[in-house]
Each structure stands twice: as structure tokens, then as C-alpha cells.
Design a protein around this ligand. Structure first.
Ligand code: ADP
Ligand code: ASP
Ligand code: MG
Length: 403
């Protein structure tokens, strides 16, 4: 088999763990597989580098940030390759550029435009174990780019698609995808399999176990994705097409996103095109909008509330300021002390009452729901951040996910 194995930050968190990864990779190779490895930076390393930059600037250039942040992955890729060579394997470390990962120019959240796999393919043919530095690519100008936080997952899936791998294994510090974050609810159960769509919702709604863009890519390229742990040989979770799953449960999981902020726009001029104008300018600034609420107009003005990732807040403020200056918005306020809890499941499509149960669970715990958004397979609620864990546990219990 041709396998891509991706090892996350905790799996390569220190030298002993890198040695453990080398052992696991070696075992796969000796079992007769061709292996391409993708690694993250050591855990905490990327945040440390962000901190270094913030020491000098509150708004550092994004191109410089990419050059800085991509260095963490190069450290682990080279160390792992050195370890594998020492074990008698023939291994070569590659940067994103050498692996042929071409992206657009959107620094710090670049999109992969294409992958030129020729060099990887010829090294595989020669029996080499390739170790690719995850999270990075190169744009048409030759600048280093990064793929958004958690982006090594995306590197792995995209490479698996480009070289036609039979399997893409994502090794992390938990043994698979659980019904909710096992760190919040120890009673969470590991799922044997989950559909791409449900995983995409969970990941987009805060379950950071997989980067959402990597799941999107896996679905698009039909990559067989397995999440498992590098700390044991326990079987993981298969992420696959919905039709491969015999009977979808009503609810598969609960996700929590604490990195959300609420923006409230008061006294917005109630005229045609205003919402389009505001949200187009936000989109241009690459601000990701989620739940939106617009109140009925009153005295020629209305209120619009929406949520954005905390990391997009400063960009969003700049856009909103323009509308406040020209008088189209009277006042604005920001609240970072919110979170979003979501119930996800494809079974919802054919069952009524799933959302109602979520709302009554919040009511029983006396948790006020600030905003609601739903789709065919999810119900999201924006609530006060201090109730985050309580909400997750109560919902997990209400849908009997521990059974
Ligand atoms: P890595 O460094 O390997 O990329 P991450 O920290 O990005 O690992 O993701 C793994 C973490 O995701 C777990 O430690 C767990 O706390 C968290 N997590 C959140 N939701 C879930 C879930 N539904 N199932 C499993 N893990 C989850
Ligand atoms: N090191 C990067 C991050 O922390 C990418 C990754 O780990 O996937 O976001
Ligand atoms: Mg991760």
C-alpha cells in the first residue's frame, strides 16, 4: 500500500516522541508499504513563534509570519528524516516547496492551487521514505505560505490525493473521533466511522481534531482518512462516504468553539443593499462570518449581529469602522466572551425534534441562548462562554451519546 502518515504536534512534541514516530514509520515500511510522512511542528512551537513576533509588532507582515511559522515544521521533518536514516532506511526531508505544493498568495491562510508530485513520485519509486514539512507551500512568486492553523492535516490529505495514496492516516493524541472532545466529557465514545459531511461540520464548528479544510479536501478527492493515536496501536476512526455507513445515528457528536466573537451593529440604515455592502466588504477582508441575525427594522434603522472567529476580529473592526464613519451604522459593540455549541448528525435530516431537544436542554440548565443557526445536519447555539463545558456535557447526555 501507499500510505500517507501525518503526525501532529504532540506526536512529535519532544525527541523521544520523534524517535517513537520513527519506529512507527519504520514498522509500516518494513511491512511492505510505501510511506510518505507529513509532520507538524513540536506542540506549542507555532504558538511560541507567534508570541515572538508579537513581541515586536501587534500587526506583523503576513509574509514574514509565514516565513517564521513554517520553520517549526522544517525542524521536525529534518529530525525525523535523520532518525530514519540512522535506522538504516533511506529517507529524505522536503519543505512544502520541494514537495511541489503550490498555493495562492493569501499569506497565513493560503489555499493549495495544485501539487506537482513528480519529485515525490520518483523518490517513492526509489524506495525512499519522504518526510514532508506540513502546513506550508510556496506561491507563484516563490514566497513561503502557510495553510492556516492546523494546516498540516491539509498538507497530508492534499499529498495523499496528489500521489494517489491508498490511505491517509492522521496520528494525534486521542485514539480517533469521539462523540465530543474527550477532554471536556470523559464519557465521550470513540466512533468507528463518520461521514465526511458530519466530520466537516464537527471540524468547522470547533472540533480541532481535524482542520476543516482537510476534511473538505478529503471529501473532494475521495481520500480514505483514518484518525488514530501514535501512543498506542488502538484502531482509529474511518472518515468515509455517507453510503459506506450502515446506519447513521440521529446525532453523531457535539462540537464546541470558544474562538468566536459576536459583533453587534446598532442603528444600521435600513436601505436596500446595505447588508450586501457590509458583508461583501467583510468577505474582501477575508473575515469568516458565521451566525447572522437581523432584527426587524424600526424608525428606519435595524440591528445586525453576527459571529466571526476571534482571529478575524481586528480585520472586521476595520471594516465596521468605515460604515460607522460614513453614518450607515450608528454604533458597534464586540463580545469575545461567547462560544458556540453545536449538535451534529446526518440522522437529523429525517427526524423531527432534534433542535427542540437542544433548546430544552439549555433551558433545563438555565443557559440563555443568544443566537441560533441550523442546517440539515446541525444545530448551533451561541451562548455565554462561561457555560461552554456545561452545555457540551448536558447535550452529550441529552442525546445519550455515552450509551
Ligand atoms: P495534533 O497536534 O495532533 O494536530 P490537535 O490538538 O490539533 O492535535 O487535535 C487533537 C485534539 O482535538 C484532542 O486532543 C482533543 O482534545 C480535541 N478534540 C476536539 N473535539 C474532538 C473530538 N470530537 N474527538 C476527538 N478529539 C477532539
Ligand atoms: N503547526 C501548525 C499549527 O500549530 C500546523 C499544524 O500543527 O497542523 O497550527
Ligand atoms: Mg491539529
Amino acid at each position: 500500500m501507499l500510505i500517507v502518515q501525518k503526525f501532529g504536534g504532540t506526536s512529535v512534541g519532544n525527541l523521544d516522541r520523534i524517535a517513537n514516530v520513527a519506529k512507527r514509520v519504520s514498522e509500516s515500511k518494513k511491512a511492505g508499504n510505501d510511506v510518505v510522512v507529513v509532520v507538524s511542528a513540536m506542540s506549542g512551537e507555532t504558538n511560541k513563534l507567534v508570541g515572538y513576533a508579537e513581541h515586536f509588532s501587534s500587526n506583523p507582515s503576513k509574509a514574514e509570519m509565514d516565513m517564521l511559522l513554517s520553520s517549526g515544521e522544517r525542524v521536525t521533518a529534518s529530525l525525523l528524516s535523520i532518525a530514519l536514516n540512522e535506522m538504516g532506511h533511506s529517507s529524505v526531508a522536503m519543505t512544502g516547496r520541494k514537495a511541489g505544493i503550490i498555493t495562492d498568495t493569501s499569506h497565513t491562510k493560503a489555499r493549495i492551487k495544485k501539487i506537482n508530485p513528480e519529485l515525490m513520485n520518483s523518490e517513492i519509486k526509489d524506495g525512499k521514505i519522504i518526510v514532508v514539512a506540513g502546513f506550508q507551500g510556496v506561491n507563484s512568486q516563490g514566497d513561503i505560505t502557510t495553510l492556516g492553523r492546523g494546516g498540516s492535516d491539509l498538507s497530508a490529505v492534499a499529498i495523499a490525493g496528489a500521489i494517489g495514496a491508498d490511505l491517509c492516516e492522521i496520528y494525534t493524541d486521542v485514539s480517533g473521533i469521539y462523540t465530543t472532545d474527550p477532554r471536556i466529557e470523559p464519557k465521550a465514545k470513540k466512533l468507528n466511522n463518520i461521514s465526511y459531511d458530519e466530520m466537516l461540520e464537527l471540524a468547522s464548528l470547533g472540533a480541532k481534531v481535524l482542520q476543516n479544510r482537510s476534511v473538505e479536501m478529503a471529501k473532494k478527492l475521495n481520500v480514505n482518512l483514518v484518525t488514530r493515536t501514535s501512543f498506542s496501536y488502538e484502531e482509529g476512526t474511518l472518515i468515509t462516504k455517507e453510503e459506506n455507513i450502515m446506519e447513521a445515528p440521529l446525532v453523531s457528536g457535539i462540537a464546541l468553539d470558544k474562538n468566536q466573537a459576536r459583533i453587534s451593529l446598532m442603528g444600521v440604515k435600513d436601505k436596500p443593499g446595505i447588508a450586501s455592502d457590509i458583508f461583501n466588504k467583510l468577505a474582501k477582508a477575508e473575515v469568516n462570518i458565521d451566525v447572522i441575525i437581523q432584527n426587524t427594522a424600526h424608525d428606519g434603522t435595524t440591528n445586525i449581529d453576527f459571529t466571526v472567529p476571534v482571529s478575524d476580529l481586528s480585520e472586521a473592526k476595520l471594516v465596521v469602522d468605515l460604515f460607522v464613519e460614513n453614518g450607515d451604522i450608528k454604533d458597534d459593540s464586540y463580545n469575545e466572551k461567547i462560544c458556540k455549541v453545536s449538535v451534529v448528525g446526518v440522522g437529523m435530516k429525517s427526524h423531527a425534534g432534534v433542535a427542540a431537544r437542544a433548546f430544552s436542554t439549555m433551558a433545563e440548565e438555565n443557559i440563555n441562548i443568544n443566537m441560533i443557526s441550523t442546517s440539515e445536519i446541525k444545530v448551533s447555539m451561541v451562548i455565554d462562554e462561561k457555560y461552554a463545558e456545561l452545555a457540551v456535557r448536558s447535550l452529550h447526555n441529552a442525546y445519550e451519546l455515552d450509551k
